[in-house]
Design a protein around this ligand. Sequence first.
Ligand code: WT7
Length: 702
Amino acid sequence: MAEIRPKQNVVIETSEAQIAVHWREEEYYYPPAKFVGQANLTDPDILERFSEKNFPECFREYADLLSWDRYWDTTLDTSDPPFWKWFVGGKINASYNCVDRHLAKYKNKAALIFVPEPESEAPVSVTYRELYVRVNEFAALLRDFCGLKSGDRVTIHMPMVPELPITMLACARLGVIHSVVFGGFSGEACGMRVADSQSHVLITMDGYYRNGKLLDHKAAAEIALSTAKHEGQTVDKVLVWRRHAGQNASATPFVKGRDFFVDELLPNYAGELVAPVPMDAEAPLFLMYTSGSTGKPKGCQHRTGGYLAYVTGTSKYIQDIHPEDVYWCMADIGWITGHSYIVYGPLALAATSVIYEGVPTYPDAGRVWRIAERLDVNIFHTSPTAIRMLRKSGHDEPTKYNYHFKHMTTVGEPIEPEVWRWYYETVGKREAVIVDTWWQTENGGFLCSTKPALDPMKPGSAGPGVPGIYPVIYDENNQEVTAGSGKAGNICIRNPWPGIMQTIWGDHDRFVTQYYAKYCKNRSSKDWHDWPYFASDGAVLAADGYFRILGRVDDVINVAGHRLGTKEIESACLTVPEVAEAAVVPVADEIKGRVPEVYIALKPGVQASQEIVDKVNKVIETMIGKIARPKHIHIVSDMPKTRSGKLMRRVLAALSNNMKTGDITTLANPDVVESIRELVQGKEVVALTDGPEDLKRFGTEE
Ligand code: WT7
């Protein structure tokens, strides 16, 4: 924490996240020799193999890591830009590739190790053989009891338990498209996704442990179903896994003929085998909803062949996963990181993937390191938010435990060099290589990262594009921002890659406008060179070719490495009858990076009260989830607006973050800014900063 002492002697604390603006060029750290000696990727020739002149055929190398039912004819089909098709003509099953094909060599090896939150419950290993049995039995249930077949969608709202990947792999076995909704999302949020994906079946769980409590999770299913129904989608079956078979952690009524306990049905399918359905490489494997600039989350539709090839290749070369590794990614499977780098990538490589149920600091700050020691984890993967939290709650805890990581990942948000160094020195004990992987839900897998045995690490920088990814930074005038210029711009990927989503479920136009319209050079061209992918992130490119990601340029807030749309939160606020207007802005937070802060203006005649604040808090929690909880809710008399009536979120973001507001003279109501400033910052004038790049840019694109 740094302190700034402004004139009036008011002490303001600057968060680590804010310090990020003043980053200098950092020095390099080199991969430990021991790591290099065993790494999957040590041949510098990879750059040549994946260079533009070998594109797109270079990606055969990734697809060849998989077992295909039918080999493909065309590696990349660009006939309908930007709807690229990969490995066309190929047939493949993801469940087969993550399970069956490992039986010959690894049937007795742990595929998953489940670590329950209560330390009194011992970790549970699921061998590849056991995974095979359980995936088959559950697939039989989905097929014969629910009547599901390839192409159908199923929504899964589950916590971090082995039954979650079992459910996903059972769907994949049948070609059923799964849509996993993060377990922490509310029933309403889940219901909206059930409706958008037109799922007839919802798979949930009675309860799970979090922070020492057994939570009633099935309660959310009730709300999800009524929300979905309101949106016109009826769910006929709710499958309920139980945290402890035979017991029920949920107090919500059990609806006969609609709700079914999985442990009661499964005995009917004991020992059944379901042949994996050979799917078209282009058949959708899953949907993953994410927030964008509009109020409605979009369903990122990921293909089977290209996606699986891409996550397998990057798991092997960037995560350095070998079958003998114990790999622990602490993300939630309900986010894309968990799909790609807990389930599909590691299992396709026959690794042992750890699933931890609970909170990293429960019951104390040593928990994570105790798990690492007990399971002998050697690859560790988490987010800057978790690293900041672990550092704050137990700076020296890692030194007390005897574990040894060879490889560590940071993902989801920019990491401050100070925090990076703690990760490297204290968590990694200077023995581990670190990769800072930049990518998005839409991308399937990593876009920028160092190649762990080949490239030096630079704290705070993701690194160059990974093999086969050609990133570029464009400014607002479509000009390329050159390396070493120190200028920020919009990072884009010039080429298609196998992991990129196929489309937005049910909204092809939005797919094109959101990701390709901005920098498309020629709408009628069928040449991929004319269709750069616009990522919506600001970035700078150093002279050494390393990208430093600054954060979102749209009105998406990255909270603890997860995306929330400001418009989603605003629409939730507007459902409170007293609220006339709402504006949501990001505010810097020491642990979570950014969190939402809410401004509301009330309807005429309504008095401001704590009750209204509570109502707004509550509605955000019920419509989205606890993850969207605002840092503050400010009730203001009026919102800063332009003369044409446009709400100036940029000005509010500046006030929330003690940043300079810039020119406000053109506002219709400049006076209101001073009154809001007083409300937010207090009567004393505080020292103002320019603010971090993403906050500076926030709202400027509106
Ligand atoms: C946004 C995507 C897929 C990873 C999990 C989040 C930010 C992601 C980094 C990184 C700086 C990062 C970007 C991106 N982001 N990784 N290594 N350094 N920023 O997936 O929820 O789709 O969010 O997270 O702003 O656009 P997501």
